[in-house]
Design a protein around this ligand. Sequence first.
Ligand code: S3P
Length: 171
Amino acid sequence: MKKDNIALIGFMGCGKTTIAEALERKLGMKTVDVDAEIVKRKGMEITDIFDAYGEEYFRDYETRTLKAILHEKGQIISCGGGAVMRSENVKALKHYATVVLLTATPKTTLERVKDSENRPILNGNMNTQYIEALMKQRKKHYEAAADLMIATDNKSVDEICDELIRKTFGL
Ligand code: S3P
């Protein structure tokens, strides 16, 4: 691995948090979830931050939190699904981390996120058509930010981790 951290990016429900936690056990690296760090620092749930201050405020907070996290080394960083929409986030990610894009089809994504109530972007939009349209809009940003890519559909957590380790470390 060329860089100091591994950052997982991708659309909501692509498995970033689950894979980061599994990798923590396999690689003995510390996991940091950017959303969880925002909740901790701000003392509010993501949905409440959106409701009280709006998306732009959340995005600024996300950028500051991500940059602070990236100054540490040896971490598996799980990013929020919208983090790659800001070029300054992508620049920082590329500089300090090997960036791994996890993908899933809209159908798999809906299956994984349908019971979630803490994803304000999907509130009232919990259907494959909306997910597919937003994914399409974000696709080029995800792909441009990524050093490598892993499709997660129909794969176990172990299979995804093994593929990631092989591709990241060339094992
Ligand atoms: C968002 C994804 C969420 C969270 C916020 C916005 C997005 O993170 O950062 O609700 O715009 O895609 P997850 O991808 O971990 O659900």
